[in-house]
Design a protein around this ligand. Structure first.
Ligand SMILES: Cc1cc2nc3c(=O)[nH]c(=O)nc-3n(C[C@H](O)[C@H](O)[C@H](O)COP(=O)(O)O)c2cc1C
Length: 202
């Protein structure tokens, strides 16, 4: 099979992306709007960019229903801050509950039963049950269209990092204890720390 992406419906292009770019880490993003309504949602189009300065990015797509912006993007554009909460196996179900298309005033912390914890350098709260938090300020947003399925690249500068002391040893995170989950295609996930192998770089 070979094809030009322009010839595909966005849903078919999306299926090719999520079936080939995997496993993907999950950014569980907490944000707040200008009136103080809190939002929490997962995004697997997420990665690291730079260590000095520490920069990360996450890409919400426009809604498949009407091409409107998701609450996470709207809030980040308004208040310029967000927190990336890392998703461990223990909170996988709660994370999934936060992916529902709730009205902007609905607090997904309440919907999922997760606990708000005050952040140190930004206003949006962190997820207490997450073992790693990256408190971020917005650096830039790039938009790649306004249709259903169009993505926006949100680039964040990390202002504050929290790592649970139980996982932190000699400057490193014990990923076995973190138990992160990865997103595959469809409704499938993976536990990346359960089947690992080493290749020494010479
Ligand atoms: C594990 C997981 C990963 C997701 N990744 C993305 C993503 O990368 N981009 C996206 O637009 N939506 C993604 N979604 C769907 C959003 O979480 C969903 O649209 C959510 O309602 C957005 O919430 P918001 O409107 O409060 O921002 C994902 C859902 C799940 C469960």
């Amino acid at each position: 099979m070979d094809v030009k992406p322009e010839s595909l419906h966005w849903k078919d292009a999306y299926k090719l992306m999520i079936g080939s770019i995997l496993p993907r880490p999950i950014a569980f993003v907490s944000t707040i709007d200008e009136k103080g309504a809190v939002n929490l949602a997962p995004f697997s189009f997420f990665t690291a960019i730079s260590a000095e300065p520490m920069m990360i990015c996450v890409s919400p797509m426009r809604k498949g229903t009407d091409g409107s912006k998701k609450d996470t993007l709207l809030n980040i554009e308004k208040t310029k801050e967000f927190v990336i909460n890392i998703v461990s196996e223990q909170i996988a179900e709660q994370m999934n509950r936060c992916a529902g298309d709730f009205d902007p005033e609905v607090d997904e912390f309440v919907q999922s039963g997760l606990t708000k914890e005050k952040s140190k350098s930004v206003v949006p709260p962190r997820v207490k049950e997450s073992l790693v938090h990256l408190e971020c300020e917005l650096h830039d947003v790039l938009h790649f269209g306004e249709k259903a399925g169009s993505g926006s690249l949100v680039i964040g500068k990390v202002k504050h990092i929290h790592v649970d002391d139980a996982l932190f040893y000699e400057g490193k995170i014990d990923s076995e204890q973190l138990k992160p989950i990865g997103r595959l295609a469809g409704h499938m996930y993976t536990k990346p720390m359960t089947d690992t192998f080493e290749i020494i770089r010479r």
